[in-house]
Design a protein around this ligand. Structure first.
Ligand code: DER
Length: 213
């Protein structure tokens, strides 16, 4: 069945991980929008949510779900978010929606990361989807040169400013066979805020439509 149906199925299946009284970590994107709709249906059972982006915070508030900031919520039991690509080891490319920094922070603060996708996101090797990298604006060209040195083609996502006032470079042409090593290497480059690779800390559960990966 089509992508939207699979996104909705995965989003509704993710409700199974929500327990009474939880403060739930919520990601960003069109699949998560289905999850926020599903969460609204059981909003009396949860205490609230911590959002990975202003966009999702708005959707949550519109549905009567209290939004807490991460510092006051502390460690979270559950994070639900989408992905742009997912490999067989549940490592992800994220950032298509531009919220990768908030997403990576809240994923790190959460015990269980449940990733909700449609089957079009499943790949054997990460990298067909251009890798998003959040950069400090003044470092855009420096980071671009470092990417070219490593065989990538950097494309500035011109016009996009993140929730933190930064810019995004999308890297084309990498076939990422060792995402943990690449994530670690890119994180060393001054000016890079967040790399859209969730590999050092992959998803714990991947829901693809109505099946568990
Ligand atoms: O930007 C992100 O990381 C989003 O989670 C994105 O990867 C998934 O977006 P989608 O659910 O709209 O496909």
């Amino acid at each position: 069945n089509n992508a939207a149906a699979q996104k909705r199925q995965a989003a509704e299946a993710a409700l199974g991980f929500v327990e009474d009284g939880m403060v739930v970590g919520v990601g960003t994107g069109s699949t998560v929008a289905f999850f926020i709709d599903a969460l609204a249906g059981i909003r009396h059972r949860i205490r609230g949510a911590v959002s990975s982006s202003e966009r999702s915070a708005q959707l949550l508030r519109e549905r009567g779900i209290e939004v807490f900031d991460l510092n006051s919520a502390g460690p979270l039991p559950l994070y639900v978010d989408g992905a742009d690509e997912c490999d067989p080891q549940r490592r992800l490319i994220k950032g298509g929606g531009g919220a990768l920094t908030g997403e990576k922070i809240i994923a790190e603060a959460s015990r269980t990361f449940v990733c909700i996708i449609d089957e079009s996101k499943e790949v054997d090797v990460l990298g067909r989807f251009p890798l998003p990298i959040e950069v400090i604006p003044m470092a855009r060209s420096l980071v671009g040169r470092e990417i070219v040195k490593r065989g990538g083609q950097p494309v500035w996502r011109e016009g996009t400013v993140t929730d933190y006032g930064n810019w995004i470079i999308d890297v084309h042409g990498w076939r990422i066979t060792d995402p943990v090593a690449l994530e670690r290497e890119l994180n060393q480059i001054p000016g890079i805020v967040t790399v859209g690779l969730f590999a050092r800390r992959p998803a714990d559960v991947v829901l693809v439509g109505n099946r568990r990966r």
